[in-house]
Design a protein around this ligand. Structure first.
Ligand SMILES: NC(=O)c1ccc[n+]([C@@H]2O[C@H](COP(=O)([O-])OP(=O)(O)OC[C@H]3O[C@@H](n4cnc5c(N)ncnc54)[C@H](OP(=O)(O)O)[C@@H]3O)[C@@H](O)[C@H]2O)c1
Length: 316
């Protein structure tokens, strides 16, 4: 099968379209024939050697961490899924950009029939991250005020919509060209992070979701009220910051969870949450896709279509 592999860390030149064997599902796993796969910043961080959990001893590996496709085979002990099911999942740090992926069945959910392959592939990693940030680490409640930094990206566009669906008051930051997009997603206030200071606009907030880190994170303590929470996907917030008193900060890593993915899929299926795809490229264009999300202003997600015959890929 075709897979996009790296055998050393570095830039786009390290990514090769390789011919490798189709993996065998182990006990508790299924083999998925991928139809589309999602693209996330973690993919270029792994490729660049900037992701702490993937060191050189894990190489070579296949990039890509979310997949949507048909179950081709099931391993021993898998009872909830059958060959032919339409499924999607967030997967570990090896194996997504490929025609077939091995996936633990506990990470999988059935794709509702209203969601096509591309939109399904755009959901798992980004939506799990948004959900876990808001609900598990942020303990968001109806009526609370939340500020989401980076509200237009893969994680941010889900976070804005989940927070709205929960009944929270949602403020989010973006660059000027993406403010209209934030308004379409339903924010109460779109903040242009280059022209406005979010700390002049937000007061006594219950929660900040930090998808940016650095100075943006440090300045975020002051928008929180007593007992407020700062939740980051990037860096552990500094609990000794002068404005951190009476507030809590955490950094987390998203985890796959099939039951949670089923719940997330219902929000999409019911139309409460929209999956926004900025670009769809072919699997062999994965290096270009990573370059795009690393350097451009992405709105929502980028996905890769997976060829169903080797000849399609080689001819391309
Ligand atoms: N810990 C975890 O498990 C986990 C999971 C998923 C993601 N992450 C990390 O979380 C971050 C966000 O992920 P993503 O998939 O949403 O990335 P993404 O799709 O690339 O989106 C990032 C967004 O940030 C915005 N942005 C850039 N600088 C900003 C600033 N100073 N203030 C406000 N917004 C700014 C950009 O919007 P504009 O174009 O409008 O500037 C862009 O839309 C990434 O660093 C990713 O690696 C971590």
């Amino acid at each position: 099968m075709i897979a996009i592999r790296i055998d050393r860390f570095g830039g786009p030149e390290t990514m090769t379209v390789s011919d490798v064997s189709i993996p065998e599902p182990q006990a508790g796993e299924v083999l998925v024939r991928n139809m589309a796969v999602g693209v996330n910043p973690v993919d270029f961080k792994i490729r660049n050697g900037q992701y702490p959990e993937v060191k050189a001893d894990k190489l070579p590996l296949t990039l890509g961490r979310e997949v949507a496709g048909l179950i081709e085979a099931v391993g021993e002990g898998v009872e909830r899924f059958q060959v032919g099911n339409r499924v999607f999942a967030m997967i570990g740090a090896d194996g997504g950009y490929a025609q077939y992926s091995r996936v633990p069945s506990a990470h999988l959910a059935i794709i509702p029939s209203s969601i096509d392959w591309r939109h399904a592939a755009a959901i798992p990693l980004a939506a799990h991250t948004a959900w876990q940030a808001l609900m598990e680490h942020g303990h968001l409640e109806r009526g609370q005020k939340v500020l989401i930094h980076g509200g237009t990206g893969g994680v941010g566009h889900f976070a804005v919509q989940f927070a709205r669906a929960k009944g929270a008051q949602v403020y989010a930051t973006a660059s000027a060209g993406s403010l209209a997009f934030l308004n379409e997603l339903g924010v109460d206030r779109a903040i242009d992070y280059k022209q406005e200071r979010f700390e002049d606009i937000c007061r006594d907030f219950d929660l900040v979701i930090d998808l940016i880190g650095g100075e943006t994170q440090a300045r975020s303590w002051q928008v929180l009220g007593e007992g407020g929470r700062l939740v980051s996907t990037l860096e552990m917030p500094d609990a000794h910051h002068p404005q951190a008193q009476g507030k809590t900060g955490t950094r987390f890593t998203a985890r796959p969870d099939g039951h949670q993915l089923r719940e997330i899929a219902e929000y999409v299926n019911s139309g409460q949450v929209k999956v926004v795809i900025d670009q769809t490229l072919e699997l062999r264009e994965a290096a270009h896709a990573l370059n795009f999300i690393e350097t451009e202003h992405v709105r929502g997600k980028v996905v890769l279509r997976v060829p169903q015959r080797d000849s399609e890929q080689k001819a391309g």
